[in-house]
Design a protein around this ligand. Sequence first.
Ligand code: HEM
Length: 134
Amino acid sequence: MFLHLSMAWGVFALTLLLIGWFAAHKGNTRLHKNIMIFLTLGAWVFVGNYLLQYQSGHIPDVPPELMIWMSIHGTVAMAPLLGSVALIFARFRSCQESPGINHINHYHRLYGRVLIVLWVFTHLGGFVNYYLFT
Ligand code: HEM
């Protein structure tokens, strides 16, 4: 059940991610902002749910031959998970006297593009996992 829901969320989130990127590119900041905040919250809920499911034994064990792939997938996934929070936080705190936050916000477009590419990779990896584990 968790795998099917993950797949559905993955398709939905990936579609929204591309719409959110396109919106920023076209200057529709309001739509971009709402989508990115929604996706960031959604990603944290997804990971929280994953950990709960893992703890209660509902996630299939990773076979040894998939360990490297799953490590790469999990590690790359950390970048958009943490980076998106940093980008959002920096955007809303940018007027304050904080060089670190100002730096992140100043390079929002650059960091955002890198994060979105890693985010897309993470979702595509999730689709691969669905076929590996079902
Ligand atoms: C998950 C967090 C976010 C990511 C990954 C992200 C990503 C991006 C990307 C990739 C672009 C460049 C689009 C292009 O290719 O031309 C962009 C631009 C932009 N984003 Fe975000 N964004 C995030 C959150 C936000 C938030 C919360 C706001 C709040 C208003 C925002 C406002 C903007 C604006 C105004 C631009 C136009 C360029 C600029 O002023 O820096 N973004 N974003």
